[in-house]
Design a binder for this molecule. Structure first.
Ligand code: SF4
Ligand code: SF4
Length: 118
């Protein structure tokens, strides 16, 4: 099974604010993110990484091996399709490149159709 690493490190739509606004952290992750120099936001009792994420370098996560559990667990529709074998890696990478080439409503339509989950 394709683990999606190549796709995700070429994408970053769930790290740059395109699909997600914040990532919730548990207490251990707050300590890890702080040690790594990343800003941790507060919203009441919640501790959050705000997006665009400060760990994002281009389309890659700089702290991939230490990324929060919710980042590691996140599956957009396209990644789920790749893992299920419903699309090839090349097809999935082409979807990301196509989405990046678009703006405005056209881009929003592709994001809705190929990345967001019901
Ligand atoms: S999970 Fe989806 S949106 Fe996030 S980086 Fe991977 S392909 Fe892109
Ligand atoms: S920590 Fe890494 S995987 Fe998580 S949102 Fe930030 S850049 Fe993305």
């Amino acid at each position: 099974m394709d683990d999606g690493t190549e796709l995700c490190t070429a994408c970053g739509f769930c790290c740059d604010g395109t699909l997600v606004d914040v990532v919730r952290l548990d207490e251990a992750e707050v300590a890890t993110m702080t040690r790594l120099g990343l800003p941790v936001a507060r919203a009441g009792a919640l501790r959050l990484l705000e997006q665009p994420c400060a760990a994002l370098a281009g389309t890659r996560c700089r702290v991939y091996g230490d990324r929060p559990a919710r980042c590691a667990a996140f599956r957009c529709r396209l990644l789920a399709e790749l893992e299920a074998g419903a699309v090839t890696r090349e097809e999935a990478l082409a979807v990301v490149a196509h989405a990046r080439s678009l703006e405005g409503e056209a881009r929003a339509d592709v994001l809705e159709a190929r990345f967001r989950r019901a």
